[in-house]
Design a protein around this ligand. Structure first.
Ligand code: SAH
Ligand code: SF4
Length: 364
């Protein structure tokens, strides 16, 4: 049993079934999430018998590191994990705020979230092996769905990097669910992982420092809004017209743009929080000024922000990335129509840091 799959109550129940007092369970929880121990031997505050029991009944590492790659600028580390059933998942650590690190293009408006952000350590993690949503531009979508990750497999990705950064006296500052998979297709396990990481007696990672990115599953957006979580929400839109969106995102057959935007309005009403729309800029497909105008008219009145990122080319799709000049034109057109936009550069393109790309290259 993977220890990270247990929520706090389940861990207490387990230790109770071993006739351990409640404070022992608390020590285990704190060992895992405050001291970031990654094996039973490290729990030197526990009696040896309990350490042995943990070793016998639980596991601490659900995967092996198959490959890791650092980008040539040294700011991005991508890691490919192999699960016991041989499925591969990816996670990426991005370091911002260091000298000479300038991950984004800005034109005139200094409205960047990154600007001035010192020493951000953003971790991008997976919620599924593969993905069932089939977005044509996405390397994960191209490989299809393998399986959901358990909450513990999601938590373990964070613990792996948290333990690594601890050696350098650093911490993870932001967690984005933008690795492999669709988090809202694996809703319960994703939220269980967030609840574990958010627990104030454990890892205590603030809700506002998580960002969930979704392809736009309407019922789950509503559910998420009703739960009034303080977690940030990002919607992958990529098109302002249903027919055009359907060509690159099969999910649009079920969830139309208007329904997605209406669900976002509900989310903003329920939570008072701004929504982010993600937009992969694909040359000649969705980067024209007319498209920006259409998008602005659809988003009008919604408390939102657009994150535009030039497409990261993948083997299975022959679209090309928008160049810098056209990207700036897109941003300016949107902003003139009243919708704030940031252009982000994909980090670590030289290490296949696009979603699903490292797994894709290892599999082939
Ligand atoms: N399934 C979720 C989260 C994982 S994908 C979602 O789709 O939102 C994270 C982000 O990367 C999404 O916005 C997705 O559209 C984007 N993305 C996927 N492949 C890409 C590519 N080749 N170039 C640019 N962005 C890409
Ligand atoms: Fe799945 Fe997101 Fe990739 Fe679409 S972009 S296939 S939803 S991981």
């Amino acid at each position: 049993m993977l220890i990270y799959n247990l929520n706090k109550i389940e861990l207490f129940n387990l230790l109770q079934s071993w006739d351990e007092p409640a404070y022992r369970a608390k020590q285990v929880w704190q060992g895992l999430y405050q001291h970031l121990y990654n094996s039973p031997e490290q729990f030197t505050n526990l009696p040896k018998s309990l350490r042995e029991k943990l070793a016998e009944h639980t596991t601490f590492t659900p995967f092996k590191v198959k490959v890791f790659q650092d980008s040539s600028d040294g700011f991005t580390r991508k890691t490919l994990f192999e699960l016991p059933d041989k499925n591969l998942i990816e996670a990426v650590l991005m370091r911002y705020g260091d000298p000479a690190d300038n991950p984004q293009i800005t034109s005139s408006a200094p409205n960047s979230e990154n600007r001035g952000a010192k020493n951000r350590r953003t971790l991008c993690i997976s919620t599924q092996a593969g993905c069932a949503m089939g977005c044509v531009f996405c390397a994960t979508g191209q490989m299809g769905f393998k399986r959901h990750l358990s909450s513990g497999e999601i938590v373990a990705q964070v613990m792996y990097f948290a333990q690594m950064l601890k050696q350098e006296n650093e911490v993870v500052t932001n967690i984005v669910f933008m690795g492999m998979g669709e988090p809202f297709h694996n809703y319960d396990n994703t939220m269980a992982a967030i609840d574990t990481l958010n627990d104030s007696e454990g890892y205590n990672f603030g809700a506002r420092r998580f960002t969930i990115s979704t392809v736009g599953l309407v019922p789950q957006i509503i559910r998420f809004a009703d739960e009034r979580r303080q977690v940030n929400l990002a919607i992958s839109l990529h098109a302002a017209d249903d027919d055009e969106r359907l060509q690159i995102m099969p999910v649009n057959k079920k969830h139309k743009i208007k329904d997605v935007i209406d669900a976002c309005k509900y989310y903003v009403d329920q939570t008072g929080r701004r929504v982010t729309f993600e937009w992969a800029l694909i040359s000649g497909v969705n980067d024209m000024p007319e498209v920006a105008k259409k998008l602005a008219s659809k988003l009008k009145g919604l408390m939102c922000h657009v994150n535009a990122i030039p497409l990261n080319p993948t083997a299975g799709y022959n679209g090309k990335a928008t160049d810098r000049q056209r990207a700036i034109l897109f941003k300016e057109t949107l902003e003139q129509a009243g919708i704030p936009c940031t252009i982000r550069m994909r980090r670590g393109i030289d290490i296949n840091a696009g979603c699903g790309q490292l797994a894709g290259s290892v599999l082939s």
